[in-house]
Write a protein that binds this ligand. Structure first.
Ligand SMILES: NC(=O)c1ccc[n+]([C@@H]2O[C@H](COP(=O)([O-])OP(=O)(O)OC[C@H]3O[C@@H](n4cnc5c(N)ncnc54)[C@H](O)[C@@H]3O)[C@@H](O)[C@H]2O)c1
Length: 252
């Protein structure tokens, strides 16, 4: 299936985890992919491997999504080289978990900036390019925890913010052939999940109705649909990809 032939896809935080799985998936379906990540070494290694494997163009650039100048420069370079931007995946995000009393100013702002402000900066940068061609797909990363999660006030605020941002992008771009949606992953096997302490992780898995974690490919599958031309009438949604975790308790 080459539904992304001739399309240009930007993935933030694409050096590892979900971003790497999505960059790989878009390339496998024919896209030219631009990875923007603070981890330029891992991003470059992945981009080279994708190019070798799929024979498509895949670029890597050191981009810090919390810095609007860095974002604007990246977007302008990609748009200049590729002459179009079809898809933006706002995937970059970090966690700095603590109870509210123990979240210091730095950990509050760092988490909000990486997820929420970064998604805003990237969206603002790509919109003129999408509007000029009256086509675009924007997918931003929320989390199942956007509804509230103990010990994650900064992350929850960022991920709930992504929902509001997404719905507003959807409204403001609806008449320009652009859609905006969010993905709310549950527990997916990535370095971010591996960084959680084991007891907390196991407790969470026991609450998943399917009693298992998801794979990055589960998320890539959802993103590949939402960003495809075929999903043109789907906008402003939050797609849970979580084995049913967001439904509520499944303890028998
Ligand atoms: N893995 C999960 O279970 C899970 C669950 C819910 C939501 N999410 C969300 O999915 C997204 C991806 O998660 P992941 O598990 O792949 O994380 P990860 O930590 O494995 O990868 C995140 C990537 O983002 C990059 N990054 C961090 N800050 C950046 C910045 N300022 N500018 C550019 N790049 C930056 C990192 O270098 C890294 O490559 C995140 O937004 C995360 O909050 C993940």
């Amino acid at each position: 299936m080459n539904r992304y032939n001739d399309q240009v896809v930007l993935v933030t935080g694409g050096a590892q985890g979900l971003g790497a799985a999505m960059a790989t998936r878009f390339a496998a379906e024919g896209a030219t992919v631009a990875i923007g990540d603070v981890n330029i070494d891992a991003a470059t290694t992945l981009a080279e491997s994708i190019q070798r494997q799929y024979g498509t163009v895949c670029t890597a650039r050191r981009v810090d999504v919390t810095d609007s100048a860095s974002v604007n420069e990246w977007v302008n370079i990609v748009a200049g080289e590729q002459e179009r931007i079809d898809v933006l995946v706002n995937n970059a995000g970090i966690i700095r978990d603590n109870k509210i009393d123990d979240i210091d100013d730095v950990d509050w702002h760092t988490v909000l900036n990486a997820s929420l402000t970064g998604s805003f900066y990237c969206t603002r940068a790509v919109l003129p390019h999408m509007r000029s061609r009256q086509y675009g797909r924007i997918v931003s990363f929320s989390s199942m925890s956007w509804r509230g999660n103990y010990g994650q006030a900064n992350y929850v605020a960022a991920k709930a913010g992504i929902v509001g941002l997404t719905r507003t992008i959807a409204l403001e771009t609806a008449r320009h052939g652009i859609t905006a949606n969010a993905i709310a992953p549950g527990l997916i096997e990535t370095p971010m999940l591996a960084s959680m302490n084991a007891p907390a992780r196991d407790k969470l898995i026991s609450k998943v109705p399917q009693r298992k974690t998801g794979n990055p490919e589960d998320i890539a599958e959802a993103a590949a649909y939402l960003c495809s031309p075929a999903a043109g009438y789907v906008s402003g949604i939050v797609l849970d990809v979580d084995g049913g975790l967001g439904i509520g308790s499944s303890i028998r």
